[in-house]
Design a protein around this ligand. Structure first.
Ligand code: SF4
Length: 362
């Protein structure tokens, strides 16, 4: 199965055509690990500036292990999927304590690190330590299913086992790091989910789906389910020159990030009623809800939201952190010092533009 001609053709193509990505310039497991975590759910081009910023802020494992969550989240702000960042921090502390600050090469030990699953362990182990372990991600599964004419959807556990076995059988054991990156690169730039660029493919002659003219049918798409769409409110709560912001609890979606307080609309509620209820439950405060300032649409991996931001005037109640980790009154110009999710940053940007346009011309 591990056809040396196929392996040679793919590796030669990879060496000549690979994208110049910064984490490919090193064999140090720390930056490789950071990049692999960043690349989960995010395109390489998007990751690059964040990667540089992160490595500049936390140049080694010890620096990351001693960082506080707020500053780490601020560096990560905008990249999304913030649990990755919280896990990186936990993982750095774990490696410091359990492995004396040395990233292990063994997959089993790597998988004990918080946030490191089978894919990341295989990537670190093969790329940084040249261990003969096949990396299997969505790109690799697509490539394997096309090479091997696997006609089933790739998301079932049976398909995943079979495609992982194919990936292992094709692995170039003499240079597993290069091989794994070459297969992933092929999936990322040529063997695309739709319209694969077969005319440029270095392994076209070995590809079963191409030979049988099935590249547009393999892999079979996963049956789709529409994403739920939630209406969410947020209060821009004024008290003199200050605005009230709250910090989400560490656990769960967007944990540790700051936001304008509010929450999800419940059945039968108006948006205004929802905001009153959320502020009472989360902070035990009363406000006067004014006009809707703006609304922002945002998609997460499993649902979508429309965030409705309302101008509010604070009335009564000393804020209490009942449904949040903490709260703070801040001046509008201080908002940029805190890490906010993307939808809230759209509101902050609008507030900033409004303040600037209200300034008298010089
Ligand atoms: S020939 Fe086309 S479908 Fe087959 S591996 Fe190459 S790009 Fe993918």
């Amino acid at each position: 199965m591990n056809d040396p001609a196929l392996q040679r053709a793919l590796v030669i193509w990879y060496q000549a055509n690979k994208r110049n990505l910064p984490w490919r310039q090193t064999c140090d497991p720390y930056p490789i690990w950071v990049s692999e975590i960043m690349l989960q759910q995010t395109q390489a081009e998007t990751v690059i500036p964040y990667y540089y910023r992160f490595i500049a802020a936390f140049p080694d494992l010890s620096a990351l292990a001693h960082a506080d969550l707020s500053s780490a989240l601020k560096v990560w702000e905008g990249l999304g999927y913030y649990s990755r960042e919280r896990n990186l921090l936990k993982a750095a502390q774990f490696i410091l304590e359990e492995y004396q600050a040395q990233m292990p090469s063994d997959q089993r030990l790597l998988k004990k690190i918080p946030g490191v699953g089978a894919y990341t362990a295989a990537a670190i182990s093969s790329i940084a330590f040249n261990q003969p372990v096949a990396v299997v991600d969505g790109n690799v599964r697509r490539v394997m299913s096309r090479w091997m004419v696997h006609r089933e959807a790739t998301h079932t556990s049976q398909s995943q086992r079979l495609l992982a076995a194919y990936a292992d059988r094709f692995l170039l054991r003499s240079d597993p790091g290069t091989w794994n990156q070459a297969v992933m690169e092929l999936g990322a730039v040529l063997c695309l989910p739709r319209n694969p660029q077969c005319h440029k493919c270095p392994v076209q002659e070995y590809c079963g789906a191409y030979a049988q003219n099935l590249t547009d049918q393999i892999p079979r798409p996963k049956p789709g389910k529409p994403l739920p769409h939630y209406q969410v409110t947020a209060g821009i709560i004024h008290r003199g020159e200050f605005l009230l912001i709250t910090r989400r609890r560490k656990e769960g979606l967007l944990g540790g990030l700051w936001e304008f307080p509010g929450g999800k609309q419940e059945p039968g509620e108006t948006l205004q009623e929802c905001l009153h209820r959320e502020l009472a439950e989360e902070l035990a405060i009363k406000v006067e809800v004014h006009r809707e300032y703006c609304s922002v649409d945002h998609a997460y991996s499993h649902f979508r939201i429309t965030l409705h931001a309302f101008e509010c005037r604070y009335l009564t109640g000393q804020p209490q952190a009942l449904g949040c980790a903490e709260w703070r009154w801040v001046k509008p110009e201080e908002l940029t010092e805190f890490a906010f999710p993307k939808a809230d940053r759209v509101i902050i940007q609008r507030l900033k533009l409004q303040t600037e346009s209200a300034k008298p011309a010089p």
